[in-house]
Write a protein that binds this ligand. Structure first.
Ligand code: PRP
Length: 215
């Protein structure tokens, strides 16, 4: 598994706005959409490509690149926090199929940071995919990775060609957990934050991404 840390200034500029408590709902959601688009382009830059030749209107051959897998993408939208992220990803992959999983953690205050949280999945619809398809699982936050592990369990059974996670902030703990069980999965994330607090929130994080986007 490779972890792609997207820490160029434009990513970090948008992430800083998302982290800021003063950023309101509209700007928060817009920031997520922008990051989704940028993360999508980064993912596209790491897909297989062929070298081809085309003929220009001048009747001259030019060498070029075709990323065939741009048309073989299936994005899983982990409700509800991933919705604006997926809106951005779809700008990069307009032909993508889309699956939806409604997952929510049972949140409670513990005396120490949780390593596992109960996740309730109330709805799931994933389109049919082929062995040539690439599954992108979008969830802006990976804390204990309890949610992501459940979804990886379902998506890996479909045996896509490749599984990619599109995230904004992942905890160190969550990444290690995913890496141990799913060594072939790639993770694209803008930040790796060091801590999880007693309520299961990533620290410093950005709060509850679903609440900040949708109230
Ligand atoms: C958040 C987030 C992830 C999950 C991450 O969703 O969007 O899905 O928690 O935590 P984990 O790595 O410990 O599983 P939440 O359950 O709060 O639902 P929401 O998107 O509706 O707010």
């Amino acid at each position: 598994m490779a972890v792609f840390l997207l820490d160029k200034p434009l990513f970090l500029h948008i992430l800083t706005q998302l982290r800021d408590i003063k950023t309101d709902q509209i700007m928060f959601r817009k920031g997520m959409v922008r990051l989704g688009r940028l993360i999508g382009y980064e993912i596209a830059n790491h897909l297989d490509f062929d070298i081809v030749k085309v003929v220009t209107p001048l009747g001259v051959e030019a060498k070029g690149v075709v990323i065939k897998d741009l048309d073989n993408i299936m994005i899983v939208n982990v409700l509800r926090a991933a919705t604006p992220l997926v809106e951005g990803l779809l700008k990069a992959f307009p032909a993508a199929k889309q699956g939806v999983v409604a997952a929510s953690r049972r949140e409670m205050e513990s005396s120490s940071p949780p390593t596992e949280m109960e996740v309730e999945i109330t709805y799931m619809k994933i389109p049919k995919i082929s062995k040539n398809d690439i599954a992108i699982i979008a969830d802006p936050m990976i804390a204990t990775a309890s949610t992501m592990m459940r979804i990886l369990g379902m998506v890996s059974q479909l045996q896509p060609k490749r599984i990619i996670i599109a995230s904004v902030i992942a905890s160190e703990y969550g990444i290690t957990k995913i890496r141990n069980k799913y060594p072939d999965v790639d993770i694209f994330t803008v930040s790796i934050d060091p801590e999880i607090n007693n309520r299961g929130y990533i620290v410093p994080g950005l709060g509850d991404a679903g609440d900040r986007s949708f109230g």
